[in-house]
Design a protein around this ligand. Sequence first.
Ligand code: NAP
Length: 259
Amino acid sequence: MDLGIAGKRAFVSASSKGLGKGCAQALAEAGVDLVIGARGKEALEATAEELRQAHGVSVTTVAADITTAEGQAITIEAAGDVDILVTNAGGPPPGMWSDWNRDDFIRALDANMLAPIALMKAMLPHMMDQGWGRIVNITSQSVKAPIAVLGLSNSARAGLTGYVAGTSRQVAGSGVTINNLLPGIHATDRAVSLDSTVAKAQDISVEEAAANRAKTIPAGRYGTAAEFGATCAFLCSQHAGFIVGQNILLDGGSTNMTL
Ligand code: NAP
């Protein structure tokens, strides 16, 4: 399917690895020129070169911490006017409800609620002025059903989801769509980190922890960054202009619910 977005310009946040990289790859495959961001320069430059080589699109990089006001300012300046925005950042650490203090919540809110809101606020006006734009926020399945040990994530992402629910309806009339993509467990560094915590707690190997987790997923496996990215690119396509304010779950069926 031709996604109809060749020649558009996108900023993909936190995209040197994992799900963000999957989104950048799928957009590049659709012919979209990219600005990609992450903190670590080495992996970021390697990903940029990989995308240029594979897809022949223009890829520029911005190395900054997207969770800080300074990092956001540097990023917004480097990204300039874009047609497509994919927001993303690292996820908060797991723990118990009794572990977290105000500073932990502020860090989680900065990363998983306020950073995407800052990017949207900066990049929406151009999209609205030109009458076309696409925004996809990478959130989590924890928005639909809580993951108890990820209380910081449950809380911060619920805030972003509420913001998107209202804002998407305020901007839809200008030809701009905002939607959220909710990953269940996907085979990335983040999954290895979560499985390592389980492995340590249960005194088993990381591989065993991953195999046990995969058995709980109806699809019987972890998702891939490539299939996540393909869904993101579709949401950014010409075909997705009537999809507004939705929370789309990619979890292999693991969230057990009817609707
Ligand atoms: P990942 O494989 O660990 O990749 C994270 C990417 O984000 C890297 O490129 C990293 O590069 C960048 N990044 C992290 N913190 C950043 C920051 N402060 N500023 C700028 N860039 C930053 O993670 P992932 O699995 O793709 O997860 C992406 C998001 O989806 C996370 O919020 C995660 O919690 C959520 N999620 C993932 C899963 C899953 O199974 N993978 C499930 C549910 C939700 P640098 O470290 O160099 O900055």
